[in-house]
Ligand binder design. Sequence first.
Ligand SMILES: [Mg+2]
Length: 259
Amino acid sequence: MFAVLPGCSQQAPRIDAHEMLNATLWAQSSAEYEAVTLQVYRLARDNLDQALADPHWSAALEQTGDTTGLPPAIMLDLDETVLDNTDYEARIIRRLGKYSRASFADWCREADAPAIPGAKEFLEYAAERNVAVFYYSARRENLRDCTTRNLRALQLPLAGETGLLLNDGTSKSEYRAMIARKYRILLLVGDNLHDFVDGARTDPSRRRELARRHADRWGREWIVLPNPMYGHWESAFYGFDYQLPREEQLRRKNLQLQE
Ligand SMILES: [Mg+2]
């Protein structure tokens, strides 16, 4: 608890430390985060031009066979890639303590997430060039209506139901394979390793090894956004056991710090 300054009659509120505070403030309010996302989406736009000009360019490992006759598409994750969820993270820090599917669904139903800086301009650029836009997300089917409302409110390109691929048990890799049968996938954009490559739900060192194995793809056909708040990078430290009490998750993370 903060000390009450001499002369202050009012007691300051109790402030509990939360492990997401700095990361969330950084993503929500820093100039640097905004600069990074603008930079990322500008790179994506430049790479899209290159990809359109190169009939052999494909971003998906799941893409096989001759792609030269296929129409172009891009695939983007939603949360922390196109949609800014930091209001929900703030809610976790201030009131909820940790993520839950129910509180996340409540927040999604408000359909009020802003766009990540640079995303809208990039998506409009792609749509103007007749590149099909597919959003694929870990959000579940019960969030389809509110997610659609949110994307529509932001006036983002959305090709009806087929443009929004939600979690009905289909993995991200399976979705890439599905789209790759009909389109040449030019870019993958995401904030989590599984937005790019299968097998990413594993321990931190294997995840890094997987990222390194595909070193040539980053910043080219694979465009990654920073998410220091949450993601598999974080839950990998406690074996994706989301039922563990927060204190135990923190303890296991602390044990893996390297000094
Ligand atoms: Mg995401």
